[in-house]
Design a protein around this ligand. Structure first.
Ligand SMILES: CC(C)(COP(=O)(O)OP(=O)(O)OC[C@H]1O[C@@H](n2cnc3c(N)ncnc32)[C@H](O)[C@@H]1OP(=O)(O)O)[C@@H](O)C(=O)NCCC(=O)NCCS
Length: 196
């Protein structure tokens, strides 16, 4: 793991105030989170699960993540409210190859806890960590139906990089548009409103 990430993680847990006045605790995924983290995915409606690339309903997938934690490669940041994991954002780094300077970001919030600023808080922290890890860009991938998520990312400074019509297929073999959004961490520092 890179020294900067290790150092930055010492600043966690962090606390943020949500729009409803409740406090959320933000911290990295821990090996003991297996059950709780799986529970979060169980709470995501079926129609939204296709947004997620991994088979997260399978507890073995989550167990594997919790057992093989490597924050330098995958940093899952948990959002905890009322002592429950209700949101997560992940920073994925490639550590080599032609996308080594580009981090990939994803985020998910339990339906009962949306609209309170948790996703914004998680992504802001993830972008801060991405900068400290010396990444130059971050990207996030969506399917056409994820309007709310794309709107949120554009408010954080992301732009659409590419849109491919009917490019990806879900489990039922229905095609969806594929959208890649990106943020240049070198130039958009103030504009992105990170930390705000
Ligand atoms: C997208 C998602 C993460 C948003 O989570 P959230 O915690 O409700 O988001 P926040 O409350 O932090 O909202 C951040 C901003 O996005 C906007 N936003 C969030 N949900 C929205 C919606 N359904 N429609 C319009 N705008 C929305 C809000 O206006 C908010 O801006 P504001 O702070 O200026 O009011 C959540 O809906 C989700 O998990 N969706 C399914 C998974 C997904 O699509 N993930 C993204 C893939 S990378």
């Amino acid at each position: 793991m890179s020294f900067s990430i290790e150092l930055e993680l010492q600043n966690f847990p962090k606390h943020i105030k949500l729009k409803d006045g409740k406090k959320a605790v933000l911290r990295q995924l821990l090996p003991t989170d297996e059950k709780e983290f799986h529970q979060l995915f169980q709470g995501i409606p079926e129609r939204e699960r296709m947004f997620i690339k991994h088979r997260v309903q399978d507890v073995k997938v989550i167990r594997d993540w919790c057992k093989n934690i490597d924050y330098g490669r995958n940093l899952p940041l948990m959002g905890i409210v009322d002592k429950k994991i209700v949101g997560a954002a992940t920073l994925h780094q490639r550590l080599g190859g032609w996308k080594r300077h580009i981090g990939r970001v994803s985020v998910l919030v339990h339906p009962d806890y949306r609209g309170r600023g948790l996703a914004r808080g998680l992504i802001s922290e993830i972008l801060e960590i991405a900068r400290l890890a010396s990444l130059e860009r971050v990207e996030a991938a969506f399917i056409g139906e994820q309007d709310a998520a794309m709107k949120m990312f554009s408010m954080l400074g992301f732009n659409q990089l590419v849109r491919l019509d009917d490019y990806v297929k879900d489990m039922q073999a229905v095609t969806h548009d594929y959208i890649l959004m990106g943020l240049d961490l070198r130039t958009d520092e103030e504009y992105a409103g990170v930390g705000g």
